[in-house]
Design a protein around this ligand. Sequence first.
Ligand SMILES: Nc1ncnc2c1ncn2[C@@H]1O[C@H](COP(=O)(O)OP(=O)(O)OP(=O)(O)O)[C@@H](O)[C@H]1O
Ligand SMILES: [Mg+2]
Length: 263
Amino acid sequence: MARPPAACGRAGSTGAALTAMLRVSGVSKRFGGLTVLRSVSFQVAEGAIVGLIGPNGSGKTTLFNVITGFHPPDGGDVVFMGRRLVGLAPFEIARTGIARTFQVVRPFAGLTTADNVAAAVLYGRGARHVREARAEARHWLQYVRLEGAADAAVSALTLGEKKRLELARALATGPRLLLLDEVFAGLNPAESAGAVDLVRRVRDDLRITVLLVEHVLRIVMGLCEHVVVLGSGQVIAQGPPVAIQADPQVRHIYLGEGYGAAG
Ligand SMILES: Nc1ncnc2c1ncn2[C@@H]1O[C@H](COP(=O)(O)OP(=O)(O)OP(=O)(O)O)[C@@H](O)[C@H]1O
Ligand SMILES: [Mg+2]
């Protein structure tokens, strides 16, 4: 049920068709003899929330690593707002306006919550005064409702708080496109609902485009305007949530994995 790239999403609030911000074209990636991504192509429209789903090991995180320059692809192209990203270092890609969170949260353990975010401000924008970065960090901590933990050691944060810290750090780099790798995983229902609201606000209020990896289909189908499905490193389906839920291959993959809950 693969769709032409032009069908790649709409801004939920306006309904207007928008141009592709990110174009992934024919991306392949191998680790030794293991082919993890096979000619993956899709686009992310500016202003959209796009979901990237697929079983464990299907290549979702690897795709994020390729887009953000952590792993060079073996073939294909990644173009962000007209600029080719392949060959750029992660910090250079961050400065083009792409931020990501990590599936396994990795804050700087020796820094406070606020200084973790201040470090991200400096990383995203290059040299700036630390005092200014700290002030901006407070703003992002408030945005993710973590201001109460500003001076806490990150080791003292709960998983839900660490996930919000990841999001604050990503936002602090000043992105136009945010890649979220399982930011809802491990959260209790209340935390998860709060995180869903937060992602919506990021898109609606900050006008940041979102590409997110998530296993809970109910969340993906409720939040995303366009969904890309990876199976064994290939795009096996993409389209609006309603079409994805009806797709036989997708149903086959997710049967027995709580597919009915997506309904
Ligand atoms: N650095 C690496 N070196 C070797 N193999 C890797 C590396 N990174 C990922 N892989 C392999 O690539 C495949 C895809 O992994 P990836 O982490 O991208 O999957 P995923 O879709 O994110 O899975 P999950 O849903 O479990 O997070 C797996 O077989 C994994 O073991
Ligand atoms: Mg992963």
